[in-house]
Design a protein around this ligand. Structure first.
Ligand SMILES: C[S@@+](CC[C@H](N)C(=O)[O-])C[C@H]1O[C@@H](n2cnc3c(N)ncnc32)[C@H](O)[C@@H]1O
Length: 302
């Protein structure tokens, strides 16, 4: 059987209608080739084992498993990341958070930042920042702290940091949000903030309200992702509530926090910030995604 035969009437063969793009990505993965190979070599004959594996993966896809988990990779900010069921699949909207963080670093060349990524998952945020920072900063002495509550997620993040050769620039810490940072703050940032020094915190924490996942096409993939990466209490803001309460425990440090939120959570987040910090202490900016929804908040605390 050739590649052309495998693809011919695939929907009828498998008895299910799905995206041809998924089919091509899965076939290319099984053949260990890129997608172009499929179009340029329709006469190529996959082995029996390859065809068997292809159909097995297609069956998992039909049940709703995201393609990224089937092939073990996902592109984010132009880079390839390893993913498995223990980490959230990096989302394109999170690229805005990376973009803004790089912009801050670029626009403040004299500042000395200590970067902290909370809920690092696959490590996509700190790795994308480090891989792009050379464009703005010659000083590569920058060290990033990356925290996650899940040991399994940290294993994936560490693998990704090696894959992208930045393992020496990221210190991975297991723990609950800022707790491991607060505990070690004397070593992380020995002197309290001067005008030149600042903690720059990125956080894409879970923000979905607790709920049962339905079989709707836009939701079914969530069933395969870790619950701790997705859900955060009734209003989805539990993790951010905890974060802003923790931030009060490091009062002597100037901090900028960039956090991704759900598109209806701006007011909820504002309430949390006001509960913990006065207007005098805070400067707030909100940014929309490509669809015009507010998805990113920048909070400057002095
Ligand atoms: C929405 S995922 C984001 C993963 C990654 N930063 C990204 O953008 O793809 C949230 C991550 O936060 C982690 N997490 C959840 N609660 C946490 C907590 N209390 N402390 C540290 N990490 C937490 C989860 O394990 C998960 O990896």
């Amino acid at each position: 059987m050739t590649i052309a035969d495998v693809l011919l009437n695939i929907e009828e063969k498998i008895g299910y209608k799905f995206s041809m793009l998924d089919v091509e990505v899965i076939l290319a993965f099984v053949l260990r080739k890129d997608k172009i190979f499929i179009f340029t070599h329709p006469e190529n004959k996959p082995t029996y084992d390859q065809i068997k594996k292809f159909y097995a993966l297609l069956r998992r896809r039909i049940k709703g498993e995201p393609v990224a988990y089937l092939i073990g990779h996902k592109k984010f900010y132009g880079l390839d990341f390893l993913v498995n069921k223990n980490v959230l699949i990096p989302r394109p909207e999170t690229e805005l958070l990376v973009e803004k963080t790089l912009e801050i670093i670029k626009n403040n060349p004299a500042k000395k930042y200590t970067l902290i990524d909370l809920g690092t998952g696959s490590g996509c945020i700190p790795i994308a920042i480090l891989k792009n920072i050379q464009k703005y900063k010659n000083d590569l002495g920058l060290l990033i702290y990356a925290v996650d509550i899940s040991n399994q997620a940290l294993k994936v993040a560490k693998k990704n940091s090696k894959l992208h050769k930045v393992e020496k620039k990221i210190k991975f810490l297991k723990g609950d949000l800022l707790r491991p940072i607060i505990k070690n703050i004397k070593y992380i940032r020995p002197s309290p903030t001067t005008n030149n020094e600042e903690l720059l915190i990125t956080a894409n924490l879970p923000y979905l309200p607790d709920k049962k996942i339905t079989a709707r096409p836009e939701e079914i993939g969530l069933k395969f992702e870790p619950k701790t990466a997705l859900f955060a209490g009734k209003d989805g803001l539990k993790a951010y509530q905890q974060l802003f309460a923790q931030l009060k425990k490091i009062p002597n440090y100037k901090k900028t926090i960039l956090c991704e939120i759900g598109f209806q959570q701006k007011n909820g987040l504002l309430k949390i910030i006001r509960r913990n910090f006065s207007t005098r202490q805070t400067k707030l900016s909100f940014y929309p995604d490509l669809a015009g929804h507010t998805r990113l908040a920048m909070i400057e605390l002095s």
